[in-house]
Design a protein around this ligand. Sequence first.
Ligand code: PGA
Length: 243
Amino acid sequence: MVKIIALNWKLNPGTRKEALALARLSDERNVMLFVPSVFLRDVAGSVKRAALGVQNIFWETHGAFTGEISASMAKSAGAAWTLVGHSERRKYFGETDEEVAKKIRAGIRAGLKIVLCVGEPWSVRKKGIASARSFVKNQLEKDLSDIKNFKLKIKNLVVAYEPVWAIGTGKSDAPEESAVMALFIKEILNAKCQTPNAKVLYGGSVNSKNIADFLNLKGIDGVLIGGASVKREELKRTLRHVS
Ligand code: PGA
């Protein structure tokens, strides 16, 4: 089975030149590249195999919203995908589930494909898997509520399960536990959005050493990688695992 390797550059790299060099290294089939939107056009002009996306969109299409980027702007600059609800957006920019739902709606309406990020903080996980499940279920129900309310048709939904405590910490989730969570997420998606083909990725401290442990599990359709995606040597080792 083909697995997805999604690369989230976050606020990296510092220059267009470095961005193009990283993009060339990452240009493989079944790779998704989430680049800073200012580099999107240049990266789009240089990659042939990887799918391209932005890390964030705004929910309105036009207007007096200084500094924001709409879904259709991202699309016309070369994005096919957008991340929505990354935990860093939720944490540093106060993004709420209601806003995440509006962004998903805006993305679908503009024809972007969505990677929705969900995951529980440590304060929840330390109470056990059952609490983590109910946290993630609640997040999914709220984040996907506009799909039902506005009767949106969604063909390409990917959910990235990213436990917040695992992001950027070097402490990934146990692969088997994340696979169980991935199956749980698929059940919810199936019941809620009738998307039997929805894919679920795992994200949080994935690197060249542990990537195979996640990709080898049947329930996990791929990985979302942050830190390791912008370190050249580590990226090369990681991409040896492309399907
Ligand atoms: P990380 O980030 O790989 O650096 O933990 C993952 C992510 O934020 O998507």
